[in-house]
Design a protein around this ligand. Structure first.
Ligand code: PNS
Length: 159
């Protein structure tokens, strides 16, 4: 079974990594889909930079690959021949957005289902937004992201 884990990943956090490791045992093949045309303003990394950084962070997981995508998630899922979308649920506050997204996607493409992984409690407070904010304000992000990503974030902040 091929699954897709989509997101903005700006940047990938240890919470995302935890979901990826667990989902890579659940799916035969796991594709990380980095959204290319995010409406979110002020991205820290370009989609191509994110793809490269995620690839570096995931070298030890042979059944996981990374690509960027444009447009609708359901079209990417169809194009890639996947049937499952993976999403992480951190807290109750994520639920409404995730439910709506899952139901919309299911309406657009009924052959696709969303599987939710509850985030490890160790990372339930963590988000890419928090990482960017801590980094822009000179804080220590080494406990929040993989090592290669912490390095890249510090380089961005220095610039
Ligand atoms: O990491 P994020 O920003 O929470 O990920 C959101 C993402 C990329 C999964 C979502 O915005 C998405 O799938 N965008 C593609 C456009 C789309 O298909 N929209 C309809 C679903 S409501």
């Amino acid at each position: 079974m091929k699954a897709i884990y989509p997101g903005s990943f700006d940047p990938l956090t240890l919470g995302h990594m935890d979901i990826i490791k667990r989902a890579s045992k659940f799916a035969d093949e796991l594709l990380i889909g980095v959204l290319n045309n995010s409406s979110k303003s002020n991205p820290m990394f370009t989609p191509m930079e994110r793809v490269e950084l995620i690839r570096e962070a995931l070298v030890d997981l042979p059944n996981v690959s990374v690509k960027s995508f444009d447009g609708l998630l359901v079209d990417f899922v169809k194009q890639e021949g996947a049937s499952i979308v993976i999403r992480g649920l951190r807290a109750f506050t994520d639920f409404e957005y995730e439910l709506t997204m899952s139901q919309t996607n299911n309406k657009l493409y009924p052959d696709m289902d969303t599987v939710f992984f509850t985030t490890n409690i160790e990372y339930s407070y963590l988000s890419s937004t928090t990482v960017r904010e801590v980094a822009w304000n000179g804080g220590d992000i080494t406990g929040f992201v993989p090592e290669n990503i912490a390095k890249a974030v510090y380089e961005k902040v220095k610039k």
